[in-house]
Ligand binder design. Structure first.
Ligand SMILES: Cc1cc2nc3c(=O)[nH]c(=O)nc-3n(C[C@H](O)[C@H](O)[C@H](O)COP(=O)(O)O)c2cc1C
Length: 151
């Protein structure tokens, strides 16, 4: 039988794993809603491989913590690379853990704007998600999935 579920690639950078925990929450929410997911740490793969994975997906969620008011450089580089491939029409989410100002998800959203994807509101989580904030991550994942399934 052919698996016809749409695919969501969730890719993140992290310093101390809080953004990873956000990404894992998003993954659970999205899967429960009925899409396939691929979860990637930007540090584990060549960026070209990540771009290829995203190119074959219907949705992408890109996450970074905020350090010194910026996203981490490897994620910015990846987002810039996505401007050079056809991303039009995919669902796009940006997220990240933060400590006080939390600019990274909005900065990523801006970098990705020229891709003409269907951009969602950003998700920002203070510190490590748990309890209600982990629920927020799952609900965000479910919302991404619903948008993908509507298409
Ligand atoms: C050196 C340093 C700089 C930071 N700069 C910021 C910042 O500019 N704005 C902010 O909201 N949080 C800042 N933080 C807090 C981190 O964003 C926060 O700890 C976040 O949860 C880390 O996520 P991660 O575990 O995914 O790396 C900073 C933390 C450190 C250690």
């Amino acid at each position: 039988m052919t698996d016809s579920k749409p695919k969501l690639v969730i890719v993140y950078g992290t310093g101390t794993n809080n953004t990873r925990a956000v990404a894992e929450g998003i993954e659970i929410g999205a899967r429960d809603e009925g899409v396939d997911t691929v979860l990637l740490n930007v540090a584990d793969l060549e960026k070209e491989e990540i771009v290829a994975e995203i190119t074959g997906a219907q949705g992408v969620a890109i996450g970074s913590p905020t350090y010194n008011r910026k996203p981490i450089p490897a994620i910015v580089t990846l987002a810039e690379m996505l401007n050079d491939v056809d991303m039009e029409g995919k669902v796009c989410a940006t997220f990240g853990a933060y400590g006080h100002s939390g600019e990274a998800p909005k900065t990523l959203k801006r970098v990705l704007k020229p891709c003409n994807m269907e951009q969602m509101d950003v998700l920002r989580i203070l510190g490590k998600p748990s309890g209600p904030t982990l629920d927020e991550c799952r609900e965000y994942g479910a919302e991404i999935a619903r948008k993908m399934l509507e298409k």
